[in-house]
Write a protein of this length. Structure first.
Length: 153
């Protein structure tokens, strides 16, 4: 059972991390290459679709990491879980205010303010990418080390 939770924690966290990094390195820069109205128009449905997938992956990665720790996997499984779970409060406390401003009904999607918010959103989303990448590295190192306690650091 321990190995199943370790695998699930690693898989979900790496999928989350890959998606988050893709958004930061590919999707968001591509949309920002468009005029502001187009960028804002395509940002909204992309954000709404990604929310469901990424929230599910973050929760699965965090809960599985905690389960691995509780089943004797060692402290570093808990540490990885803390990093992947931290994307949730970062999203709510740091990124969500910008999301709400971008989704405000009647917002002028072509305005300089909208462009500024989209640029800010991209930078803030980078926090989610970084946190999930750290969690992924921890989990992968643990699996590669074949150790349930420490990846040899």
């Amino acid at each position: 059972m321990l190995y199943a939770f370790q695998f699930l924690a690693t898989l979900s966290t790496c999928l989350f991390s890959g998606a988050a990094i893709y958004i930061n390195l590919v999707e968001h820069p591509a949309r920002m290459g468009c005029d502001t109205q187009t960028a804002a128009t395509v940002w909204a449905p992309s954000y709404q679709r990604a929310t469901v997938m990424q929230a599910s992956l973050a929760i699965a990665g965090g809960l599985s990491g905690i389960a691995a720790w509780l089943l004797g996997g060692g402290f570093f499984w808990l540490m990885g879980a803390v990093f992947i779970f931290s994307v949730v409060p970062v999203t709510f406390a740091v990124i969500m205010p910008t999301n709400h401003l971008l989704l405000t009904p009647g917002r002028d999607l072509a305005s300089d303010d909208t462009r500024r918010l989209l640029v800010r959103w991209g930078k803030l989303h980078g926090l989610r990418s970084a946190l999930s990448l750290i969690a992924s590295v921890i989990y992968i190192a643990l699996l590669l080390a074949g150790s349930t306690t420490t990846p040899g650091w």
